[in-house]
Write a protein that binds this ligand. Structure first.
Ligand SMILES: [Zn+2]
Length: 386
């Protein structure tokens, strides 16, 4: 490509283990022995030998508890944790009619792999006498409520809640859909702690075919937000388009695979880092955009890669590495001297093998011998850089 910069390191879906220091986040409990409040004050009247012994015992217990309870970036959003059991998918993921549990997973799993499912469908553990699910739906991490929709007829998500989190220097948005009911205190702006009850599992939706009782599930997403000016952008694109949810429209949220994240963080034993996970995601394609200041860059500066040439000469454009779902997993500033031709919107490269593996988002297309952005791909980049 003639960038004069080494290609990004081999991409992998595993978080890198480069020994980066763990960043304790406000409100998040990291498994640092001794970080918890000491209970020394409860032991003032013991003899000194006994006190030392009890202190050692307490320290040992603290360590043991820490080892058993590694800090988790996300907790499961219901009591169903079967995903972590060997062969547990069938107990965890709700299949679609006529398909196996994989259809409840994330990715190109619908309509014979032609349609994207941008979250995971989690089965209930509890039912009432009428067979309706009764599982509590829980906040996956500390954060604040960004949006609540209690008009199920206005969305295929039905009743849904979006919670905003600050995790590993990223604004992350978890979404909980098809709820039967939403807890009264869950209003936009409300603070939530990981594990707080947001509502009750249900099967609300506005789709023509309703969700059958035996398919009731929580649709759960982990997203990045594309553009806070979504409402203005959609009005400019299509003045007739309805926009009932402002920026909290599914089109303005780019999903990551919650099942993969929950599994990886369990395997990482408290050392999972969401930023590393995203930065190391496999890129489906790379694209050059002429804009040098757009909301994504300001909201996700941690995803900008350093480039000394552009820092020295000035930034003329950004190269974006996008995963198969269209998440810009890296943004690389480019100097004018690094760009061949005019710095306009241009597709730079496509990983054909990745496109074969995950074709359903249809962001790029092979026209004869040349890869081009599809209308979907151009639309995503238009919203991203608006
Ligand atoms: Zn779903």
């Amino acid at each position: 490509m003639g960038w004069g910069l080494p290609a990004p390191a081999a991409t992998t879906n595993r978080p890198s283990s480069d020994g980066r220091a763990l960043q304790a986040r406000p409100g998040q409990f990291r498994d640092v022995p001794g970080a918890r409040p000491q209970t020394q004050a409860t032991l003032p009247r013991e003899t000194s030998g006994l006190r030392t012994f009890l202190r050692s015992l307490l320290a040992l217990l603290t360590l043991t508890c820490s080892a058993q309870l590694p800090a988790q970036t996300f907790r499961f959003p219901t009591g169903n944790h079967a995903l972590l059991e060997p062969g547990g998918d069938e107990k965890f993921l709700a299949p679609t009619p006529g398909h196996d549990s994989s259809a409840g997973g994330f990715g190109c799993v619908r309509s014979g792999n032609r349609q994207m499912h941008e979250g995971i469908d989690i089965l209930p553990l509890h039912h009432d006498r009428r067979g309706e699910p009764t599982d509590a739906v829980l906040a996956a991490a500390d954060g604040d409520v960004a949006y609540v929709n209690q008009r199920p007829a206005l969305s295929n998500y039905g009743n849904y809640v979006i919670v905003r989190h600050r995790i590993d220097r990223l604004d992350v948005f978890t979404l909980y859909a098809h709820l039967a009911s939403i807890a009264a205190e869950m209003k936009a702006g409300a603070r939530v702690k990981a594990g707080d009850t947001l509502g009750r599992m249900g099967r609300t939706t506005n789709t023509r075919t309703s969700i059958a009782k035996d398919r009731a599930h929580l649709h759960f997403e982990i997203n990045l937000l594309v553009n806070e000016h979504f409402s203005r952008w959609i009005a400019a694109q299509d003045p007739e388009a309805r926009n009932d949810h402002g920026p909290w429209n599914g089109r303005n949220l780019l999903g990551l695979d919650p099942g993969e994240i929950l599994r990886l963080q369990a395997a990482a034993g408290g050392h999972f880092n969401l930023l590393d996970y995203i930065r190391n995601r496999h890129a489906l394609f790379r694209v050059l955009v002429p804009q040098t200041s757009f909301p994504w860059l300001h909201r996700y500066p941690a995803l900008i890669r350093r480039n000394p040439t552009a820092e020295r000469e000035g930034i003329a454009a950004y190269e974006l590495a996008m995963d198969y779902n269209g998440v810009p997993v890296q943004a690389i500033p480019r100097a004018r001297s690094e760009i061949q031709g005019a710095p306009g919107l241009r597709l730079l490269s496509v990983d054909e093998e990745e496109q074969r593996r995950h074709p359903c988002r249809k962001l790029v297309f092979k026209q004869g011998q040349a890869w081009v952005l599809t209308a979907h791909g151009k639309e995503l980049l238009s919203l991203l850089t608006y």
